[in-house]
Design a protein around this ligand. Sequence first.
Ligand code: FES
Ligand code: FE2
Length: 459
Amino acid sequence: MTIATGKLRQLVSLERGEIDRSIFSDPEIFELEMTQIFGRSWLFLCHESQIPKKGDFFEAPIGRDNVLVVRQRDGGIKGLLNTCEHRGNAVCRAEEGNVKNFMCTYHGWTYDIAGKLVGVPGLDELYHNDLDLSRNGLREVAQLEVYKGFVFGTLDPQAPPLADFLGRTGRAGLEFLAGQGELEAVPGIQKFVIPCNWKFAVDNLFDWYHPQITHLSAFQTGLLPSPPDITGSKMKISGVAAPDGSELQMPGGVVSGDAGDQLVFIDAFGHAIAGPTVEAFGDFGGLIDHSWRDTPEARANLGPMSRRSIGHVNLFPTCWITPAFNQISMRVPRGPMETEIWWFTFVPKAATPEQRATIIQGAIHSFGPAGFLEQEDGENWAQSTMQTRGTASAKIPQLLQMNLRRGKVVHDSDGLDPPYIECSINEHGQLWTFASWVEWLTGCDWDELRERTTPPDVI
Ligand code: FES
Ligand SMILES: [Fe+2]
């Protein structure tokens, strides 16, 4: 399936800060995304700590393919497609575990942990030994690589090396987690479905404009802590009235309206980080430990600006790193209007039981199926997705115009900081993601894609 490049480019205007609503529900666009984005991009699969022993496996999606990430006898890792060579049935129904072999439940073909076909019922009597077992093993992903414990895979043999694809923005994002020391994934990945297009979920992770409205109840109930001294640092939101008519005020530290309090990093291939600085955000009522930012490792791996960022990171297309509670979320597209959300939580191996409990409690209460924030967000994403379907509503462009053409991109020379914009709350992260998204859909080769998604001087 192809859509002419000229037509695709009309869907997103970097100049006007507008995008066409149809991209959030059009099945044709969704199919193109499956091949041009999810069929090519490096995608996060799991963390090495989830599969420490020989035969350990974890199943993760790459687009609509299911991949078994399996620890091998020699300690390596393989990414095997979970589909039987015979009739295509899944050879493994569990989401994770430990196996000696994968046996297909349809006719019993059996594969070892390297994917080699080792057993076929009736091989002598029915196949007359004509079946070449060596040619019918499980297929592998085109490339699999590990970066600081995080396992990624791609279906594209032409994709550049993982570290190159991640760029400085992606590597900084992973450093926000890995910089805390050796990590382990907390057992039990939280998974649930929101009836929305995946891009609304991605857009939202850069959106520091909505918490004061969308998440008002989470703060009012005290579910999420406010910084200790909230009276001196309340943010006034002009033009918005509280129910009693007074000017709406929110605890400071959560969002900030001051110029220079927000940092946005944008990079090739559409990776971005957007969010407040450490100074503006604080420690979230003592819940967040920033001390790792001053370690020699952090200084060696991150530039001075990235060390100041508490921002949410999106590894294009769908891997959200949220450093506040040491989490990674995958937004897994299941259809134009359905997205499965996966949440991984990480704890430093050196953490005390109390620190571990604090991180897990913060993570569970914030995002995921029991998280206050994502329930509130999900309602908005579902409604926003629905409103892209109306005959009249679909014609209204979506707006991303905050600070438009005022975002000066600083191309840092120290080699550690990605290109960045320093400003107040903005919509640059979203706009950059959508502008890059269009380039992915055109199907250009990797060199061209890198060039077309290299940030300009102003957005
Ligand atoms: S489909 Fe797997 S053995 Fe037949
Ligand atoms: Fe939110």
